[in-house]
Write a protein that binds this ligand. Structure first.
Ligand SMILES: C[S@@+](CC[C@H](N)C(=O)[O-])C[C@H]1O[C@@H](n2cnc3c(N)ncnc32)[C@H](O)[C@@H]1O
Length: 261
């Protein structure tokens, strides 16, 4: 990637989508992202494993939803840069007619959206450049593509941690899920200081001084409050690496899937 290839992309400060891409072994990042990413690794060595476990959780959750649960519509907020097994690829492999709408607010993700939009011929894959702080705008933008009278899987992986106020994060989830019919699902991952994540505190403090957007960790109790009124599927709110995993392990990133009754 050439620095400055897209006007609005800032290469003087680390951006989450690009650092996440660096931790996942991708090439869509700049020196500033790698420098901050390496510094975080030195404070919190399991962050690369967390990023990989989060993506593996996404794969298992979407496989369950498109398979056993029969969901055919996906709203993936906080998409990140394209990597292996993006939501539309996993869903459309199982059900080619799946309709997937991605939402992110990072200019580099927008620049790569074209790569994301090559879904199956039968399905639909779209991208919306929008901020998760404005769920009403997201709902208005998805309506032509997603039929809100039929179940939707709302995917919020590693995104509510960028909504610093917990009441606001709860209200965003409520607004989105209130618009979805029975049989819809909410899929979450979220960093925590629990599950052995104490090192996260120092790393997040460093992040918030040197990178964007600012981030926060949350407790299991706070994450449970996001799922209020929904049926939390087995095995509950657990390390995302343990959610229906053949190789369960404790990592400081909660994962959960819940169904709207
Ligand atoms: C940690 S990455 C997670 C990517 C992907 N969901 C995953 O789990 O691998 C978080 C993503 O959220 C995006 N993001 C952060 N704040 C956002 C906001 N307020 N609105 C929309 N997207 C946001 C970032 O640009 C980044 O792509």
């Amino acid at each position: 990637m050439t620095a400055g290839s897209t006007g609005s992309i800032r290469t003087d400060i680390a951006h989450n989508a690009r650092v996440w891409n660096y931790w996942l072994g991708g090439k869509d990042n700049y020196p500033v992202d790698r420098a901050v990413g390496d510094q975080v690794v030195s404070m919190y060595p399991s962050i690369g494993e967390v990023a990989r476990a989060d993506r593996a959780f996404l794969g298992r959750a979407v496989t369950y939803l498109a398979g056993e649960a029969g969901v055919r519509q996906f709203l993936d907020i906080g998409t990140g840069l394209p990597t292996a097994d993006n939501t539309h690829e996993v869903a459309q492999r199982i059900a080619p007619g799946s309709r997937v709408v991605y939402v992110d607010n990072d200019p580099i993700v927008l620049a790569h959206a074209r790569a994301l939009l090559t879904g199956s011929a039968e399905g639909v894959t779209e991208y919306i450049d929008a901020d998760a702080h404005h769920p009403d705008r997201i709902l208005a933008a998805i309506e032509p593509t997603l039929d809100l009278s039929r179940p939707v899987a709302v995917m919020m992986l590693g995104i509510l941690n960028f909504v610093l106020d917990t009441d606001e994060a709860r209200s965003i989830v409520r607004t989105l899920m209130a618009a979805m019919p029975s049989g819809s699902h909410l899929v979450l991952t979220h960093p925590t200081l629990e599950l052995g994540g104490e090192g996260n505190a120092e790393a997040m403090e460093f992040w918030n001084k040197n990178a964007t957007p600012p981030i926060t960790a949350r407790s299991r109790e706070e994450i449970a409050s996001f799922l209020d009124g929904l049926e939390i599927l087995e095995p509950g709110i657990v390390s995302c690496a343990s959610w229906r995993s053949p190789a369960p392990r404790e990592l400081a990133q909660f994962g959960a899937v819940a169904r709207k009754p």
